[in-house]
Design a protein around this ligand. Structure first.
Ligand SMILES: [Zn+2]
Length: 420
């Protein structure tokens, strides 16, 4: 499969032709003349690397709107009550709809942690998106449960790692320091090392988590994980809202990546704005996540980027914090680095995961500042074309290879039984 994109505009403002071959960006130059199976006139379209959503629970799309305006503890118990009875078919319907929503809004890769992960993997396989998938492990300190959770992770990894033409990578995903024992965390780290997998965990989302951890272990969460030997460059820490400066220093030293989820944090009123300036100071890799649609409630990286910028500037009383070019690179290159995926930039040799944005949309004119237009003005409806692995999945705003209406009908029917 080869695609030649002619006359696209780059972030620099310059025009380029982009040749996609065998899943990679094979040429990106002012002018490329090559024969290709598909040719696209990208005049008036801005080419960007696809967005990488490094923390979500995509199947939670089916719970969207079911736990609104609740305090965090009430939100959690409402969500858990629904999750207890979620069927495989409901998780599959939720994951499929979420993949549709993400693709159409320019997300080419996401990292997920949930249960019934076979359903999520099959949604990834069917829709053509790229993903890093981990079964969310919780042992609550029970050895029997721990054994079962680790066995499920191993089974899932064996079945899905590097599957779907290599678009699925598996991760080891212990939920958090408060739902996982020290033993489970240690074994998770060893498993990720043994199989060369990403390690995905929630970290310092709430103040309660920090103080419970202090009470239980005498250490703040990042120091506790360090004492277990858990920290390393394969780790992606979701939220990171309540980290202290010293914790950021330690995480950065170990090469840990952060996945910041500002929309979810503000909606659940966790009260923290992640210490982004300190992360930059210590050179920590920063990426962005939407979190699940039960706490966001969209899966839009445009919202995530904008609210990250606003929250950071507002919380430090300093509008020079979190400049647009930095936020855009966190949403693309930072995400690819966090997940160990060779994408996130428009560069020859990297994966052909990219998007084309309508430069003539009224909300985007004029183009005085490309980066801030994307962060503060753009919305998912501005995404016209999406390529993953060199395949032209979204064509002029429509999914080319899957029946979106069928996915929505099935989703609506599966969601209807969750009300009440
Ligand atoms: Zn989460």
């Amino acid at each position: 499969m080869s695609v030649l994109i002619k006359n696209a505009t780059l972030l620099s403002g310059k025009k380029a032709d982009i040749l996609l071959q065998e899943g990679k960006i094979s040429k990106i130059r002012p002018s490329v003349s090559a024969s290709a199976e598909e040719r696209i006139d990208a005049s008036g379209l801005l080419a960007l690397p696809g967005f990488v959503n490094t923390h979500t629970h995509c199947a939670m799309a089916i719970l969207r709107g079911l736990a609104e305006d609740l305090r965090m503890e009430d939100w959690l118990s409402a969500v858990r009550k629904k999750e207890k009875n979620l069927s495989f078919a409901q998780v599959r319907a939720g994951a499929l709809l979420a993949c549709v929503e993400m693709l159409k809004s320019g997300i080419t890769c996401f990292s997920d942690m949930y249960f019934h992960m076979d359903a999520v993997a099959s949604a990834v396989q069917q829709t053509g998106i790229r993903a890093v998938l981990g079964y969310g492990m919780v042992d609550l300190g029970e050895p029997g449960l721990r054994k079962k959770e680790l066995a499920e992770t191993k089974r899932f990894v064996k079945k899905w790692h590097q599957k779907a033409e290599g678009r699925i990578s598996c991760a080891v995903a212990p939920h958090s320091v408060y739902l996982c024992s020290a033993e489970l965390l240690k074994q998770s780290f060893h498993l990720s090392k043994e199989f060369g997998l990403r390690l995905h965990i929630h970290l310092s989302e709430t103040r309660k988590e920090v103080f419970d951890c202090l009470k239980m272990t005498g250490k703040r969460p990042a120091f506790y994980l360090e004492s277990l030997g858990f920290l390393g460059p394969s780790m992606v820490a979701a939220h990171c809202g309540w980290l202290s400066k010293e914790e950021v220093r330690v995480l950065a030293r170990h090469g840990v990546s952060a996945s910041l989820c500002p929309v979810s944090n503000m909606k659940l009123a966790t009260g923290a704005t992640a210490p982004l300036p300190e992360m930059q100071e210590f050179g920590m890799n920063v990426s962005l996540g939407t979190d699940g649609a039960a706490s966001n409630n969209s899966l839009s990286m445009f919202d995530t980027m904008k609210l990250l910028g606003l929250a950071q500037k507002n919380s430090r009383w300093d509008a020079s914090i979190a400049p647009a070019h930095y936020i855009l690179s966190a949403a693309t290159e930072g995400g690819a680095n966090a997940l160990g995926i060779k994408s996130g930039r428009l560069q020859e040799g990297l994966l052909a995961d990219l998007i084309l944005i309508d430069m003539r949309a009224p909300n985007l004119l004029p183009w005085h500042n490309f980066q801030s237009n994307i962060i503060y003005c753009a919305h998912p409806g501005n995404v016209r074309h999406v390529f993953v692995d060199g395949k032209h999945l979204v064509q002029d705003g429509r999914l080319a290879f899957i029946d979106e209406e069928k996915i929505k009908d099935e989703f609506i029917s599966q969601a209807s039984s969750l009300q009440g």
